[in-house]
Write a protein that binds this ligand. Structure first.
Ligand code: ADP
Ligand code: SR1
Ligand code: MG
Ligand code: MG
Length: 404
């Protein structure tokens, strides 16, 4: 088979495919018998993921959403944007991003480095109660680097616009996010679901809350109209950036913090499992605080270091004294903080009443317990969406999380 036209791969044809791409063959770590093992390990919502010879990942996008089926089409061009994003993020933060070996636009397929065990996706690690002492540092570093170096703080207007244009074509994925994050949770949708009947009144209350609707409209507009930096677009762990585009940095920061907050509230439903304890909840809260603080310091350090570079956002001739520089940075970071809280809250809400939920809550088998945990997260998220501008620092957010 020449694979000159798009076709869906399976565990057999993947081997044939890999054999036909010399650069890939050489990446396989084969034993003496040259036997190639293949396993489809995709557990995400959208795509098919094969691990070949325990050394190479083949990720293929089909023209629909895997977890729903062909009734919900989604362009397979998403693989192109994922490959571009991985390459750009890998250039900026090579230690935290899997290397792309090969991209095939016809087959909508990416071959990349297999992150072998003991690596597991973060969500599974959080459910298992594993502490990652470097998580906050690595995520802060990844976000500070990709945001700063792809923003107008670092780039000239011409460079920035050229890069923005490269990702404009990922419009279908942006539209998808608009629907599932900013629209569906606030209206009746065939795709919405929640822990019923316990959360029926909570879901109804979202659809009746005019203040919440005003806030979500603000965030939807920022998501759709502010091309600040290259963002991951679906950030929990660093793999899987098929939603990448130039958008608001707070969308990624919020997604990451929001996911940690969901993990925090899921703990009470998981207490019967080993490793789940008060200490684990404290570690999650500390990670939330550290992520923001380390990100803040790193981002400002990059800004200071490149203050007199090509970036056209704050021209040195205008922001020419320490006082005005400090004020500009303070305002920028405060806006980013409030955006992050709003987007984080929106992400939390969609994961409780929207189409795609999180394993953290889904793995709580007792529906009453699950609903209790979810309601706490939902109430915190509603408060954050409405009152986010009142918060001045991440320590206040941690206190608020404890109170709900
Ligand atoms: P989707 O877009 O469908 O969510 P993901 O990129 O999240 O797909 O991949 C689904 C799963 O495949 C991940 O949860 C992870 O277990 C596995 N996976 C994906 N990429 C890699 C990789 N580079 N190394 C190891 N495992 C991977
Ligand atoms: C049907 S919604 C599927 C979701 O999974 C992806 O990871 C994105 O978050 C998307 O919204
Ligand atoms: Mg995924
Ligand atoms: Mg994905």
């Amino acid at each position: 088979m020449a694979f000159t036209e798009f076709c869906r791969l399976d565990e057999r044809s993947v081997i044939e495919y890999v054999k036909g791409v010399p650069g890939l063959w050489s990446k396989l770590e084969l034993d003496d018998d040259n036997i190639i093992t293949v396993k489809e390990i995709g557990d995400g919502n959208l795509n098919f993921v094969f691990v070949v010879a325990n050394s190479v990942i083949i990720k293929q996008a089909l023209p629909y959403i895997r977890c729903i089926g062909e009734s919900w089409p989604l362009t397979k061009d998403r693989a192109y944007f994922e490959a571009m994003a991985l390459q750009e993020q890998g250039r900026l933060t090579p230690h935290h991003v899997p290397q792309v070996y090969h991209f095939d636009p016809t087959m909508s397929l990416i071959a990349m480095r297999y992150l072998e065990p003991p690596h597991i996706v973060l969500r599974k690690g959080l459910i298992a109660g594993i502490q990652y002492p470097l998580l906050a540092r690595h995520m802060a570093h990844f976000m500070a680097n990709t945001f700063f170096f792809t923003s107008l703080l670092f780039r000239s207007t011409l460079d920035h616009k050229r890069e923005v244009a490269k990702f404009c074509g990922n419009a279908a994925l942006c539209r998808h996010t608009q629907q599932v994050v900013f629209s569906d949770p606030y209206q009746i949708s065939q795709y919405n679901h929640w822990t019923s009947p316990y959360l029926d009144p909570d879901a109804e209350a979202l659809r009746q809350d005019d203040l919440l609707k005003l806030e979500i409209a603000d965030l939807k507009s920022k998501f759709s109209e502010r091309a600040l930096a290259l963002i991951h677009g679906d950030l929990h762990t660093i793999i899987d950036p098929e939603f990448a585009f130039y958008g608001p940095m707070g969308f990624d920061m919020g997604a990451f913090l929001g996911n940690l907050i969901l993990a925090f509230y899921a703990q009470d439903g998981l207490v019967h499992q080993p490793n789940h304890s008060k200490a684990y909840k404290e570690w999650i809260l500390q990670t939330i605080e550290d992520t923001w603080n380390l990100f803040y310091d790193k981002f400002i350090a990059l800004w200071d270091e490149h203050r007199n570079g090509a970036g056209e956002a704050y021209l040195p001739a205008i922001y020419n004294n320490p006082e005005v520089q400090l004020l500009a940075q303070k305002r920028y970071m405060t806006d980013l903080f409030h955006d992050s809280l709003g987007f984080g809250a929106a992400k939390m809400i969609r994961r409780i009443v929207g189409v795609a939920h999180v394993e953290d809550f889904e793995s709580i088998t007792d529906a009453v317990k699950r609903a209790t945990c979810e309601r706490k997260a939902l109430n915190l998220a509603k408060m954050l969406l409405k009152d986010r501008r009142k918060f001045e620092g991440i320590a206040e957010i941690v206190s608020a999380i404890r109170q709900f």
